[in-house]
Write a protein that binds this ligand. Structure first.
Ligand code: NAP
Length: 475
């Protein structure tokens, strides 16, 4: 065989489309480009005009250290074997069939863009939101600019004990002046500065304090806030673990348990700071109740007890005992799920793209592989793990790609594809104004300059026409 024409060589690189430009997509890109002596070229698509997915639109503005990973992605973005096509949506501007005809392999890295519902009455009342909406709103995500939140209330309830819950609690409980130099959207900062009545933020966990999903660092950060006390009532953590149970705790659980037990020993009522973050365990919202204005005013909670299943997992079960809390704003932070895209298999139950170790399968029953299609990140495994978790996860998927394509001759192609110029031409012919990586770098410079003028690290552009003003006209 003439190796010049083997796929994955310089003469005939493996041509890969990556759909989604968050951490999963960028780590897949890194692994594909790093795989010498292999040769791959990668085109990355994102429906937004900007790259970096949740690092830009999800990570909290006061967590600048987490966003530092962008430096790695930026370096990859300058590689000559890479092209970015922002403002191009799969299912709207291009279809899976287009990707199949233009590329050898497709890597789906679309994340999980929707949220999990609680499925209880009143969860769609005014004032009752998904935390995803609030996160997108304070981060200036184009999808959430029109959202508004009743922030100037006395009591808020945040449902869930994960790190997203910690993020939204912190943004509400923090002194807004501490957020002023960050890249928080200016309208969100202005709104948070107007919050004068807020006294209590309840954080509601359906299981016990031992099962809390937050990271030790995140709960400590709440405990260290300048304007809020973290309240853990002793009765909330009154649980005697058996030696077997203790032995099964991982490091994070041990640290969380130690921290929460110490907090419970502090004076009840906290140290008199203006706001209180009050942790409540073993409670599930069963109904959100409206006040006279029709908006949420109370949360009806059922107290839970834990039962252990045959795998030793603690499960919450309602006890039939109910309590009611006042809350005029509710933020539900109970997990994410993917959104189905036409032509891409979807597992309705898990909210992900069905796959076996990153290889997409047609459905969960037959597990019939879809040749040349792969998944990474939350689209592959669901909404778990930190940003760094995506690196080995993407490498594992690229291992599968490498093993599927190594030494293979390219399949017969049509005249136009997969020539490198074919995709820009297709997009132009459909009137799609895409944002290249060079265009993005101009947007980036503009955002940083606008931020500098205000003493902020960045002031994000918000509207599509603003972004498109930085797109170089193409012949
Ligand atoms: P998560 O860590 O899975 O937490 C979800 C929380 O919602 C859990 O406490 C869960 O309780 C609860 N929950 C789920 N269904 C519920 C229901 N029906 N009723 C009541 N409670 C329910 O998810 P997340 O907070 O959305 O975070 C997603 C991922 O992103 C996580 O891996 C997280 O660590 C990561 N993240 C990291 C950071 C950071 O590093 N700073 C920030 C944000 C997100 P159970 O435990 O009982 O299921």
């Amino acid at each position: 065989m003439n190796t010049d024409f083997v796929i994955g060589t310089e003469r005939r690189p493996l041509r890969v489309a990556i759909v989604g430009s968050g951490p999963g997509g960028f780590y897949a890109l890194q692994s594909l480009l790093d795989r010498a002596p292999w040769c791959a070229t990668c085109d990355m698509f994102d429906r937004l005009p900007t790259p970096y997915g949740l690092v830009r639109g999800g990570v909290a503005p006061d967590h600048a250290n987490i966003k530092a990973v962008i430096k790695v992605y930026e370096k990859l973005g300058r590689d000559s074997r890479f092209r970015f096509f922002g403002n191009v949506m799969l299912g709207r501007d291009i279809q899976v069939t287009d990707l199949r005809s233009h590329y050898d392999a497709i890597v789906y890295a679309m994340g999980n863009e929707s949220d999990t519902k609680l499925g209880v009455p009143g969860e769609d009342l005014p004032g009752c939101h998904s935390a995803t909406d609030f996160v997108g709103w304070y981060n200036g995500h184009p999808d959430f600019l029109q959202k508004s939140f009743r922030l100037n209330v006395e009591s808020v309830a945040v449902v869930g004990l994960g790190n997203v819950a910690m993020d939204v609690v912190r943004i509400l409980a923090r002194d807004p002046e501490e957020l002023a130099p960050t890249d928080i959207a200016q309208y969100a900062l202005d709104a948070l500065r107007e919050v004068r009545r807020l006294k209590r933020i309840y954080v509601l966990g359906r299981r016990g304090f031992v099962q809390a999903a937050f990271s030790p660092k995140e709960i400590r950060e709440i405990g260290d806030l300048s304007r809020s006390d973290l309240i853990v009532a002793p009765e909330e953590v009154a649980f005697e673990a058996t030696p077997e149970q203790r032995a099964a705790w991982d490091k994070d659980t041990q640290q969380n348990v130690g921290y929460l037990l110490a907090k419970a020993k502090e004076p009840s009522g906290g140290s008199g700071k203006p706001r209180q973050v009050i942790l409540r365990f073993l409670v599930s919202p069963v109904e959100f109740l409206a006040g006279s204005d029709g908006a949420v005013a109370k949360v009806k909670l059922e107290k839970n007890a834990l039962r252990y299943d045959d795998k030793g997992q603690a499960r919450a079960h309602g006890t039939g005992e109910f309590v009611t809390l006042e809350a005029e704003l509710v933020l539900k932070a109970v997990g994410y799920r993917g959104i189905p895209v036409s032509g891409v298999p979807f597992d309705e139950r898990k909210g992900i793209i069905p796959n076996v170790d990153g290889r997409v399968v047609a459905d969960t029953q037959s597990r019939q592989p879809v040749p040349g299609e792969y998944a990474v990140g939350w689209a592959k495994r669901g909404p778990t793990g930190l940003i760094g978790t995506n690196k080995p996860d993407s490498v594992a998927t690229v291992d599968a790609i490498a093993s599927d394509f190594s030494g293979k001759a390219p399949p017969p192609r049509t005249a136009s594809s997969p020539a490198p110029e074919a995709m820009p031409e297709l997009l132009r012919s459909r009137g799609v104004r895409y944002v290249s990586f060079e265009d993005w770098k101009r947007i980036d410079a503009e955002e940083i300059a606008r931020g500098k003028a205000k003493g902020k690290v960045r002031e994000k552009l918000l509207h599509l026409d603003e972004f498109l003003a930085f797109v170089k006209e193409r012949p």
